[in-house]
Design a protein around this ligand. Structure first.
Ligand SMILES: Nc1ncnc2c1ncn2[C@@H]1O[C@H](COP(=O)(O)OP(=O)(O)OP(=O)(O)O)[C@@H](O)[C@H]1O
Ligand SMILES: [Mg+2]
Length: 197
């Protein structure tokens, strides 16, 4: 049986005016169902670029996946169409990004953004989606969830924004959850709570 996720000899390069930055150069790892894999390394060593490559979210240009394979259940996601990728993102593989403001949309309320994810991926109606969104806000420990539901990302603290993103990523029950330093903006007690979630 194939692994849940297999990354083989991944190369992600950035082609800049100063030359080629080999952000990820020949990296391989694999993950089975139920396993937890940690990737550790100094700042700039390519952790976020590896994660973004799996989601095929590398800005192109200047970036490019220059080699290797990323197999999800044996299928190479590098050959997926953009439509297939959209179905995979969130549903099969969810991601909590290191920078909340790059993945939250400033013009939509927090509630709308979580709802959009579950309506798209879980085929819930508007009312069920609202219930699910509020439940997720409660689970990640957002105080006064009914109020926060109607607020925009800029109205929240950095830690709360990060929890909104975590709520979004968890709401679709993905088979793989990629967490890119998900708790750095949170205080220690909340970190523990989020990790157990
Ligand atoms: N858009 C880009 N253009 C050019 N170089 C980039 C781009 N994005 C990332 N890089 C380079 O890729 C390398 C890896 O960056 P990455 O963000 O993956 O590091 P990281 O391991 O996640 O670091 P940190 O622990 O600080 O989050 C860095 O040298 C970075 O400068
Ligand atoms: Mg990073």
């Amino acid at each position: 049986m194939s692994k849940l996720l297999e990354v083989k000899n991944l190369k992600t390069y950035f082609y800049t005016d100063d030359g080629v930055a080999k952000a990820v150069d020949d990296v391989s790892f694999s993950l089975d169902k139920g396993e937890t894999l940690g990737i550790v390394g100094e700042s700039g060593c390519g952790k976020s670029v590896s994660a973004l490559s799996i989601m095929r979210l590398i800005p192109e240009p200047p970036g490019k996946i220059a080699g290797g394979e990323i197999l999800f259940k044996g299928k190479n996601v590098l050959n997926f169409t953009e439509k297939e990728m959209q179905e995979m993102r969130g549903n099969d593989i969810g991601m909590i990004f290191q920078e909340p403001m790059t993945s939250l949309n400033p013009v939509f309320t927090c509630g709308d953004q979580i709802e959009e994810a579950v309506i798209l991926h879980q085929k819930l109606n508007k009312e069920q989606a609202k219930e699910k969104a509020l439940e997720m806000l409660r689970l990640v420990g957002i105080p006064a969830p009914e109020q926060r539901y109607n607020e925009y990302p800029h109205q929240l603290s950095g830690g709360m924004r990060q929890r909104i993103m975590i709520a979004m990523a968890l709401s679709c029950n993905p088979e793989i959850l990629i967490a890119d330093e998900p708790t750095t903006a949170l205080d220690v007690t909340v970190q523990a709570q989020i990790r157990s979630l």
